[in-house]
Design a binder for this molecule. Structure first.
Ligand SMILES: C[S@@+](CC[C@H](N)C(=O)[O-])C[C@H]1O[C@@H](n2cnc3c(N)ncnc32)[C@H](O)[C@@H]1O
Ligand code: SF4
Length: 469
């Protein structure tokens, strides 16, 4: 029987700081393997069309659909998401027309399928009006009808989400909502150009609960300008009063070559590495003391939340939406920059509205780049997913899936783990790889040992990833 990963236990700060210092590196977040920066521009619409035509007829659990709604009303200065800041009402109208065509195109190439998991992200989906949300829902489910027990979720910005939005979403069947919060301190909010009183967040939480939302998540970021351990402790205490079901505690990714407006943060405004680590340690300590389960990487959940239960029973999965409870679903993406995942392929759509619009308008799948997984990729993806989702890699399960034992398949990688074993981050027992309680915080460092693209091929791409811990 598979045991759930050990709960998180932290050593004294100095010991943890030394470990973090020794293992600080840039690593992908492994929402895919191989990670997107190493995909090929030679992969195009034809390749995705071929992969879609090979997709299984009607999977029992349905497929997963991700819809990227790129619009926002104002720019948060920390933001590294693919978003378009606009107040032009014509852009969302044009967007909806294009998604309508894109949904039909995907349906034509893929054939009939029901949707078991639907997620809208962004940008800010509630930048659309309540009427437009209904239209988008009809467009998507018109091509891929929802299964009765489908999981339907959305990301929203509390500053622009009205009671009417929440009511409409609840009526459409959305039951999970994740709210961007980031930080509740007014000085930090000014610096990041995002003024959001805690009352705005609280009102939305109340509204969502009253309308029947079952899971409410908050996004927080540590490492933002002017944050201190004390200020972020206050943020954590304030958000805990609202009892979210899930919390994503993201490390601030400073990537000014992708998000130019981040250049405005003078390096001096950002917390020093030691302060950043203190903020992080203090925040997780508070969350764990408040009864939250450490799900993995940067996610925490109440013990009765679906993610915590999936961790407990070994069914946790990871895809472009982050951690999810439904394993192995084929995922089709709509909207600019969306990423589709099929049994052997990844494909990303054009990031810009115009290019995406032009391709779809010409009747083509709007593919920017993609990747066809080799047998080697598939084995490594399986190992990396197991590490991040189950906190272990079981030799018997690997053998059952790939017909060869872990030691024979990954001999150099297993020897390479010796240094991490000596540090107490991982154990290799009877050819099973098991992260220790502390090692779960360093799961990406262990995963990196199995990443064939990390070095030397992926070395250039690696600098584009965020740092671990
Ligand atoms: C699409 S946004 C969430 C919805 C909505 N747009 C909002 O901001 O309220 C997704 C999340 O990505 C995170 N994020 C964006 N840029 C980031 C960065 N540079 N570093 C870390 N997290 C970031 C934020 O926590 C944000 O809430
Ligand atoms: S954090 Fe959210 S609201 Fe702010 S710019 Fe990014 S996507 Fe838009």
């Amino acid at each position: 029987m598979r045991l759930p990963p050990a709960p998180l236990e932290l050593p004294a700060f100095a010991e943890l700081a030394a470990l973090v210092e020794r293992h600080r590196t840039n690593a992908p977040r492994y929402t895919s393997y191989p990670p997107a920066p190493v995909w090929s521009d030679d992969y195009g619409a034809r390749d995705l069309a071929d992969a879609l035509s090979l997709a299984p007829e009607e999977p029992a659990d349905g497929i997963s659909v991700y819809v990227h709604v790129p619009f926002c009303s104002s720019l948060c200065h920390f933001c590294a998401c693919n978003r378009i800041v606009t107040r032009d009402p014509e852009k969302p109208k044009r967007y909806l027309d294009t998604v309508r065509t894109e949904a039909r195109l995907l349906r034509e190439h893929r054939g009939e399928a029901h949707c078991g998991q639907l997620h809208w992200g962004g940008g800010t989906p509630t930048h659309l009006s309540p009427k437009q949300l209904i239209e988008l829902f009809r467009i998507v489910t018109g091509s891929f009808p929802l299964l009765p027990d489908a999981e339907v979720s959305i990301e929203v910005d509390p500053r622009v989400t009205t009671d009417e939005h929440v009511k409409v979403l609840a009526d459409l069947g959305f039951r999970r909502i994740s709210l961007g919060v980031q930080d509740t301190d007014s000085r930090v909010q000014q610096a990041i150009h995002r003024i959001q009183p805690i009352a705005t967040t609280g009102t939305l939480v109340e509204r969502a609960r009253a309308d029947g939302f079952e899971e409410i998540g908050f996004d927080l970021i540590y490492g933002l300008p002017y944050q201190t351990e004390e200020s972020f402790d206050r943020t954590v205490d304030e958000i805990l009063q609202l009892v979210p079901d899930r919390i994503a505690l993201y490390p601030y990714a400073h990537v000014p070559w992708v998000a130019r407006q981040q250049r405005g943060f003078e390096r001096g405004d950002l917390p020093e590495p030691e302060v950043r680590l203190r903020i992080f340690v203090s925040a997780i300590t508070r969350l764990v003391e408040a009864g939250y389960v450490y799900v993995g990487m940067d996610h925490f959940a109440r013990p009765d939340d679906g993610l915590a239960r999936a961790l407990e029973d070994g069914t946790l999965n990871r895809n472009f939406m982050g951690y999810t409870t439904r394993a192995g679903l084929e995922m089709l993406a709509m909207g600019p920059s969306g990423i589709s995942e099929l049994a052997s392929d990844y494909a990303q759509s054009f990031r810009g509205l115009d290019e995406w619009d032009a391709a779809v308008g010409a009747g083509r799948l709007p593919v920017l780049r993609g990747h066809v997984l080799s047998d080697d990729d598939r084995a490594r993806r399986w190992v990396i997913r197991s590490l991040l989702c189950q906190g272990s890699v079981r030799d018997a399960e690997f053998k059952a899936a790939f017909g060869i034992g872990l030691r024979r398949r990954f001999a150099p990688e297993l020897s390479d783990l010796a240094a991490l074993e000596d540090e107490g981050l991982v154990r290799v027992e009877d050819d099973d790889i098991v992260l220790t309680s502390l090692g779960r915080l360093f799961a990406r460092n262990v995963a990196l040992r199995f990443d064939a693209y990390a070095s030397p091929i992926g070395a250039a791409a690696e600098t584009r990833f965020s740092t671990t811990v």
